[in-house]
Design a protein around this ligand. Structure first.
Ligand SMILES: *Cc1c(COP(=O)(O)O)cnc(C)c1O
Length: 471
């Protein structure tokens, strides 16, 4: 099938919108060859991986859309910074560069590096959550909820109902339902509200500035804190700029600062927005929480001036933060996701709309309408896509949702999705065309699979290592 080039809405200015063509705001200086595989090789590989794309060897993958986490390409400026790593055990100059970059771009007073996002989630949960507490959040994220529950808390979803409907076109599906939040604030002990921007599990959907402001006012009234999951907050700022009235002319940097100002701190995975392969941080404005975090960090991550990272990693992250708010970078980053999504929409492939920030989410329920959710439609679809072309994606449905902490029953999330996650600055538009054609061919395949049965289930975060066999 011939690939139809679709219009991408890449620009915020009317004049540039007239143009259809666009290009990445960088050129390629170093290449990494990709390995092509035959259908027989892919069948053997997915069998050996127990039909779980997490268990495939990366060398058996052609285009890797498993995740955008730690898979981005660094710039020459970041690589140059790697050579300036100060590998002192304590007080590395790269720590101070990182601290300054976070303070300047995110606005929080205290900054503690961690090896990645979940390290920050662990420390924050241990400090703030007491057994029996409730932590309201705009949809769960796997590691975030795990650490909250591991500390004895209960996660409660307070996202707007539209987020659970893959067809709703609400421009800010990441928004918090203020009524749901107020009910929790009145009824339970809430140490903090966990706000994610953008919401990964809802399809990379943003939260509006207006909503964030209202959440902040409500939390002030009830004297509770807000901690942001800032992992993709710059991508969220881009959506505010392009979708929310009054922000079109503002810089991403100033939108990000304003957004963060409505929270008391954040956990951060630098492996997403900040364009590094490893790293994260915990930040806050409250000095006593910062002191407790510095106490815990030495036990679990490392000294408070390195938190499990090498000096060079902190330098790359400090520079990545600066690059992440570059307007051209973000326009091309989200523009590439939009390009892939628009191709699929043009071909009537069921995806989550509106198109989100970091990924396209295929609606597995509409690929396999007759398959019961207990046969793992999204897990099946991810395996089928790999078999078709060697494109690797990830399940975000019943497997990822796991089991209820108390009853042990499977959660049955309304969204049963396959995520095609786009690494930053790694693939070209031509790669996106290959992906779109493969998705279409799987969608139109006349013989539908019957699904999978789980043959091995790990105790925690089962989606990473579970194994399956075809039904
Ligand atoms: C990736 C991610 C995390 C966890 O970060 P890691 O660096 O993978 O530990 C937390 N929240 C969201 C929304 C994420 O996407």
């Amino acid at each position: 099938m011939k690939v139809k080039k679709s219009r991408t809405n890449l620009s915020t200015t009317g004049q540039q919108r007239q143009r259809r063509s666009w290009a990445e705001p960088y050129k390629i200086k170093m290449v990494e060859p990709l390995r092509m595989t035959s259908p027989q090789q892919r069948r053997r590989a997915i069998q050996a991986a127990g039909y779980n794309t997490f268990l495939l060897r990366s060398e058996d993958v052609y285009i890797d859309l498993l995740t955008d986490s730690g898979t981005s390409a660094m710039s020459d400026w970041q690589w140059a910074g790697m050579m300036l790593g100060d590998e002192a055990y304590a007080g590395s100059r790269n720590f101070y560069n990182l601290e300054e970059a976070v303070q300047e771009h995110y606005g929080y007073r205290y900054v503690i590096p961690t090896h990645q996002g979940r390290g920050a989630e662990h420390i924050l949960s241990q400090i703030l959550i007491k057994p029996g507490d409730t932590i309201p959040g705009n949809m769960y994220f796997t590691t975030t909820r795990f650490h909250q529950e591991h500390a004895g808390g209960n996660f409660v979803d307070i996202i707007i109902d539209e987020a659970h409907d893959s067809r709703s076109l609400h421009p800010f599906k990441g928004n918090i339902d203020l009524k749901k939040l107020e009910r929790q604030l009145k009824a339970s002990r809430v140490p903090y509200v966990c706000v994610a921007a953008t919401v990964n599990m809802a399809g990379g959907q943003p939260i509006s500035m207006r909503n964030m402001k209202a959440v902040s006012q409500l939390c002030k009234k009830h004297k509770t804190k807000i901690f942001l999951d800032a992992t993709r907050a710059v991508e969220n700022a881009y959506f505010i700029k392009t979708r929310e009235k009054g922000y079109g002319e503002r810089s991403l940097k100033s939108i990000l600062r304003e957004f963060c100002s409505y929270s008391d701190g954040c956990t951060m995975s630098g492996k997403k927005d900040s364009l590094v392969n490893i790293g994260g941080w915990l930040a806050m404005n409250d000095s006593s929480i910062a002191e407790e975090a510095r106490n815990l960090i030495v036990v679990y991550e490392g000294l408070h001036t390195y938190g499990g990272l090498a000096g060079r990693d902190m330098e790359a992250m400090a520079r990545g933060i600066v690059e992440s708010v570059d307007e051209n970078h973000m326009r091309a980053r989200i523009g590439q996701v939009e390009y892939l999504g628009q191709l699929l929409l043009d071909w009537k492939i069921p995806i989550v709309e509106p198109i989100g920030g970091h990924a396209i989410y295929l609606d597995a329920r509409r690929f396999y309408p007759h398959m019961p959710q207990d046969n793992f439609p999204a897990q099946t679809l991810a395996a089928e896509l790999y078999l078709d072309s060697g494109v690797r994606s990830m399940e975000r449905g019943i497997v990822s949702a796991g089991r209820d902490k108390e009853s042990g029953a499977n959660h049955h999330p309304s969204l049963e999705l396959v995520r095609l996650t786009i690494p930053r600055r790694v693939y070209t538009q031509a790669h996106m065309d290959v992906v779109a054609e493969s998705v279409e061919s799987v969608f139109r395949k006349p013989r539908k699979p019957r699904g999978l049965a789980m043959t091995y289930e790990p105790k925690y975060l089962r989606f990473f290592q579970a194994r399956f066999r075809p039904k």
